[in-house]
Design a protein around this ligand. Structure first.
Ligand code: FES
Ligand SMILES: [Fe+2]
Length: 336
């Protein structure tokens, strides 16, 4: 599997609060990874394969901040260095006994990894930054994470669904759309320095968020800067009954595990600090669980990039732009 371009991006692998003193296995771009916390509480990550006999390090345990293999007890630091071979207590392990380090960081309440760490270098400068969520800095907005949701399809199919407003009236009827208001007014696509934006995208929504009290025409902006993530911002019509100045922003972050299997996180920034978190999250669960069976039904699961592979109409220009963006980026994982 050749996914060198994709490997330069960061992907979420677990909730930060779920990472304690036990190793957590995760899969990213077909690679097995293990993450844990060291004695300082800092997240560490290695490829989940012991350099000795290939056992899964995540089956082992964390000993004084280092990860001990379950098979013969070789013990590794987060930089990959082996610090103990218990069968030979006097032996000083060399570079040949190294596990492979994976770059890791915490942000937005999640633990992220980036696989693009060439052997011998601390971290590649060609790696990209974390996906930006501009609403994070706005203190008037409350931040909540939803997910992860497991989905048996490719990451690009999930991003494309996130950018698609024409499905609201069907998949989310009564919530984000209504069959009697299925028409999507024309919207604009603009290219940006690192991707593209959809501007002035509008849809009629009976219940656009957990807070909406009546239907409204809702204006969306979508932005894609990286292959497997996107951010939407929506400002409901004043007639919706939602307080003035209300603006919701949702980031979609995908952990591509295999070409046809993903986990999906959302980070939401909302203006309401009163609504119980479980009510807000239940709304997000409802919406995504409406998407999931349709997403998993799509064939092929890989997103076809060749022109003419699927039938497009004018309202699909967001999808067409996204497919072109993936092609221009040289993406090969999750597409066909
Ligand atoms: S396989 Fe890991 S210590 Fe032997
Ligand atoms: Fe949807």
């Amino acid at each position: 599997m050749n996914a060198q371009i994709e490997a330069q991006y960061w992907y979420p692998v677990c909730d930060a609060h779920a990472l304690r003193d036990a190793p957590v296995p995760a899969q990213v771009l077909g690679h097995e990874v293990v993450v844990w916390r060291d004695l300082q509480g800092k997240a560490q990550a290695l490829l989940d394969q012991c350099p000795h006999r290939g056992a899964r390090l995540s089956l082992g345990q964390v000993c004084e901040g280092a990860l001990q293999c379950p098979y013969h007890g070789w013990t590794f630091q987060g930089n990959g260095q082996c610090i103990a071979v218990p069968a030979m207590p006097a032996f000083t392990p060399s570079a040949a006994q190294q596990a492979r380090a994976v770059a890791v960081q915490e942000a937005y309440g999640l633990v992220w990894v980036c696989l693009h760490t060439p052997a011998g270098s601390a971290f590649s400068t060609t790696a990209h930054v974390l996906p930006l969520f501009a609403a994070e800095a706005n203190e008037r907005l409350r931040k909540l994470n939803a997910g992860p949701y497991e989905v048996a399809t490719s990451a690009p199919r999930i991003v494309e669904n996130f950018l698609d407003m024409a499905h609201f009236a069907f998949v989310h009827a009564g919530w984000l759309g209504d069959a009697a208001h299925a028409a999507i007014p024309d919207y604009q696509v603009t290219t940006t320095a690192d991707g593209f934006k959809l501007v002035n995208a509008q849809a009629w929504q009976p219940q656009s968020s957990a807070l909406a009290s009546q239907g409204a025409m809702v204006a969306y902006t979508y932005e894609v800067k990286q292959p497997f993530s996107a951010v939407l911002t929506k400002v409901p019509d004043a007639a919706s009954g939602v307080q003035a100045g209300y603006e919701e922003s949702i980031a979609l972050w995908i952990q591509p595990m295999t070409p046809e299997h993903c986990r999906v996180w959302f980070r939401m920034a909302i203006a309401d600090f009163e609504a119980p978190a479980d009510k807000v999250l239940a709304f997000q669960d409802t919406i995504f669980l409406q998407d999931k069976p349709v997403l998993e039904s799509q064939r092929p699961r890989l997103l076809p990039l060749q022109a003419g592979a699927e039938s497009h109409v004018a309202v699909d220009k967001a999808s067409v732009t996204y497919r072109r963006f993936l092609h221009q980026q040289g993406i090969t994982f999750g597409v066909c």
